[in-house]
Design a protein around this ligand. Structure first.
Ligand code: FAD
Length: 475
């Protein structure tokens, strides 16, 4: 065992299997000090994502204990925390899994340069993605702006093999001090929702692996036909585990490939493709980071969006009180569970940006606050795709009619019934949970009358088309 330990700085890679940085740390011959830092990038996460991260940290901490090690928790600027921990422990190396959003890249790049300048070994590893964003290029050396050619270029690429969790994580002779996770109060911003959300979440690597197994044993076969129906348990539900790295995309990829070979055919193929949408989102974020904050297509800057998040109709949207049942069911599912079905995400995003002519950034930020599967790249790409301002986007004039969507994808009304209590004699628990989760100041009760539509669907559609036509003729 080398005398000076290695610090393994964990961030959004809260697992032990398929973890190249952990594998390298364990193989380095050094003792390993696993570390999680509550820095400003974690501090400023949305309420639900921050709570969910806390669940993931708690679960990982237990798993690390079982490997004869400890997860050290420290709070402060990452560079300062690392400097102090290196001084305390005499660590000679710092390893981490790479992140790809601009803020993390800026922080990590500065830290890497500083540590190296001080003679420390720094190891940065893949693990969050199947394909490193910079390694996928068009024939002319550029990046892909459209999904289908991106998919074609990666679908037959080699994906890293699976790596088991280490049997033991080599421990240092003595442990540095650690904060207590409870003292971080990562769920504080959820307020009343903190009592409800745990009913809908199973955190940790073991739970993610179990969820994958359940999906492979059943729903994957019918994934292509069923995945658009929000009331059916037809998708994997793995997004929140992927978002904080409780499972590696590699494991899902290899498992789905295996299922395809065993006969899950079209379902497995479509599922692999969806998994690659996540890769595509990262590819876009790395090559065009402005996708996170500004219209990806700059010509959209002159579009007359409503930018007032306090607009009463926008507030009605956030609260699931638009009077459009499919939209309201989806917004309540989000508030109660921290997730929303993909079809429903598209419908509520279209409704906000088109029927309510509201800037996608307002919707994106609401999702960032409410989603337990919040992912910077997928959230931004999803919103810009729906709004029409993004790459490979749905054309603006293609406006989802939420009523038609409801009739097609919720033909028996099961989704709306599951989440909208008003008007039901015996509402199901999920619909009632909404009233336990929302702030009391919203003054909502299941016995309320269901609201009238805040905008007529035909009127909203006409207004959106008119705004689009005048913007096009002016630009
Ligand atoms: P499955 O259908 O089982 O798919 C498997 C995995 O593939 C998912 O877990 C996810 O990682 C990936 N995937 C599937 N569809 C997409 C997609 N359209 N874009 C990117 N990746 C995809 N996904 C997030 O993980 N975080 C977000 O913050 C997020 N915000 C979104 C916002 C909008 C407006 C829209 C339209 C979509 C957003 N998505 C986001 C994508 C998608 O809705 C979710 O990934 C999906 O609903 C998760 O459910 P699942 O795990 O059961 O997916």
């Amino acid at each position: 065992m080398g005398e000076r330990p290695a610090i393994l700085w964990l961030r959004r890679d809260l697992r032990l299997a398929d973890h190249p940085a952990l594998t390298a740390a364990c193989a380095s011959g050094r003792a390993v000090i696993p570390l999680f830092i509550l820095d400003d990038q974690v501090e400023t996460l949305g309420a639900a994502a921050k709570w969910r991260l806390g669940q993931g940290i708690s679960s990982l901490s237990q798993a690390i204990e079982e490997k004869g090690s400890h997860l050290i928790l420290r709070r402060g600027a990452a560079a300062d925390v690392l400097t102090r921990l290196i001084a305390e422990t005499g660590a000679a190396a710092v390893y981490w899994s790479r992140l790809y959003d601009p803020a993390a890249r800026a922080r990590d790049g500065a830290i890497e340069a500083d540590l190296k300048a001080r003679g420390l070994e720094v190891g940065t590893f893949p693990g969050a993605l199947l394909f490193e964003p910079g390694m996928v290029q068009t024939g002319t050396g550029g990046f892909y702006r459209v999904f289908t050619p991106y998919w074609k270029s990666v679908r037959d690429r080699r994906v890293d093999p699976l790596v088991p969790a280490p049997a033991r994580i080599p421990a240092p002779a003595s442990w540095p001090a650690s904060d207590r996770l409870d003292d971080w109060a990562l769920g504080a911003a959820l307020r009343r929702g903190a009592a409800v959300l745990p009913r809908y979440t199973e955190a940790g690597e073991a739970a993610a692996l179990a969820r994958l197994d359940v999906f492979l044993a059943g729903a994957i076969a019918d994934y292509q036909a069923e995945r658009d129906y929000p009331a059916r348990a037809a998708t994997s539900g793995l997004s929140e585990a992927l978002a904080i790295g409780e499972i590696a995309p590699h494991r899902i990829w290899h498992a789905a490939q295996h299922a395809r070979e065993r006969g899950a055919g079209d379902g497995a193929e479509t599922f692999l493709k969806e998994l690659v949408w996540r890769e595509f989102a990262y590819h876009l974020m790395v090559h065009t980071p402005h996708i996170l904050t500004r219209n990806w297509r700059e010509e959209w800057d002159s579009f007359p969006w409503n930018e007032d998040a306090q607009d009463l109709r926008v507030i009605a949207w956030t609260r699931g009180r638009t009077g459009v049942p499919f939209v309201d069911a989806a917004m309540r599912e989000l508030y109660v569970t921290g997730r929303m079905h993909n079809r429903a995400r598209m419908v509520v995003a279209s409704y906000l940006t088109k029927h309510l002519l509201t800037h996608w950034r307002i919707g994106m930020e609401w999702f960032a606050d409410c989603l337990t599967d919040w992912d910077p790249a997928s959230n931004a790409m999803g919103w810009q795709w729906c709004a029409g301002s993004g790459p490979d986007a749905a054309p603006y004039f293609r406006i989802f009619n939420p009523e038609t969507q409801r009739k097609t994808y919720d033909p028996q009304g099961a989704y709306v019934q599951a989440w909208v209590a008003e008007g039901q004699r015996n509402p199901p628990q999920g619909a009632l949970d909404y009233f336990d989760a929302v702030p009391l100041s919203w003054r909502l009760a299941p016995s309320d009358l269901y609201p009238a539509p805040v905008v007529g669907l035909a009127e909203g559609r006409q207004r959106a088309l008119a705004a689009y036509e005048s913007y096009r003729s002016e630009s």
